[in-house]
Design a protein around this ligand. Structure first.
Ligand code: NAD
Length: 270
């Protein structure tokens, strides 16, 4: 079977370059080309050199449409407005699209869903295989254990992170709430300080730590009388997101048109 041709938009960004390294190290896919936004300072530069791999002959291009034409699947880690444009190109060309762009508003998600009518489209706010497995296990555990087990979610990130709790911690909270058939907004406790009163049965608590250069740690704790279960994921660096995106790309290249998440890619309907 021939190798999967993977194109990258936002190819000179941090994730774009991590993807170039991941694809180069993968045995069954090839880097078909990369594009950046108009006016980007690296237009025309060699992508392999930028990624620290040595000259590759792939130059940073400015035409995203051409990248979709020459690829089986395109990976996008850019910005919401750019992802919107890439969704329209996927819809027009039928080329599969994998996107990890975060901060998407409902109208951006709608554009991705629409593109799913003509091409396989995968979107996930966290592409790490481990985090997606953790979310599936959390949902399952929350369902099995019931409300005798209090659920607390603990996350730690580097000192530069601006938002709290992390989007991933909230997604784990959503998974836990779903397992219990509840809406997270109704039961989330996002911070405790001072005279809080007793914990309410069924609440899902969040606790946040910040410091150093921690790439991302998440624990989901199920605590009952005399026993406690803790599920933990620790991220080393951003290559884990690139690895997940490449896995999604290989899956999407063969999938029917549709709008998918990582649980589809990984078969995680536990
Ligand atoms: P970055 O700023 O380093 O890279 C983004 C790149 O996209 C830049 O090079 C930018 O020039 C480019 N870009 C913007 N508009 C474009 C356009 N119209 N066409 C082509 N390229 C365009 O950021 P990053 O750290 O690589 O993250 C990018 C996005 O991915 C963010 O939304 C981030 O939150 C998200 N992210 C998601 C995951 C995940 O697992 N889903 C992991 C890491 C980052």
């Amino acid at each position: 079977m021939s190798d999967t041709r993977i194109g990258v938009v936002g190819c000179a960004g941090r994730m774009g370059l991590a993807l170039a390294r991941e694809i180069a190290g993968s045995g069954d896919c090839i880097y078909s080309g990369g594009a950046e936004r108009p006016g980007h300072g690296d237009l025309g530069a060699d992508i392999g050199t930028l990624a620290g791999l040595g000259a590759s002959g792939h130059l940073v291009g400015g035409d995203a449409g051409a990248i979709f034409e020459m690829s089986d699947v395109v990976i996008d880690f850019t910005a919401p407005q750019a992802t919107n444009g890439h969704a329209a190109i996927a819809q027009a060309t039928g080329t599969a699209l994998v996107t990890g762009t975060t901060g998407l508003e409902p109208q951006h998600l709608k554009a991705l869903e629409q593109a799913g009518g003509a091409a396989a489209v995968v979107w996930a706010a966290n592409m790490s295989l481990g985090i997606n497995l953790l979310a599936a296990l959390t949902r399952r555990a929350a369902k099995v254990l019931g409300e005798d087990f209090d659920i607390e979610i603990l996350e730690m990130h580097h000192r530069h992170k601006l938002d709290a709790p992390s989007g991933t911690a909230l997604a784990l909270g959503e998974a836990a709430a779903k397992g219990r058939g509840r809406r997270l907004d109704d039961i989330a406790v996002r911070g405790r300080d001072g005279w809080t009163g007793e914990r309410r049965t069924g609440d899902i608590g969040f606790a946040v730590l910040r410091g150093g250069n921690v790439a991302g740690e998440h624990s989901v704790i199920f605590a009952a009388e005399d026993e406690r279960i803790e599920l933990t994921h620790r991220a080393g660096d951003r290559s884990i997101f690139a690895r997940g995106a490449v896995r999604a790309a290989k899956w999407a290249a063969k999938a029917e048109p549709g709008f998918y998440g990582m649980s589809d890619v990984l078969g995680l309907n536990l």
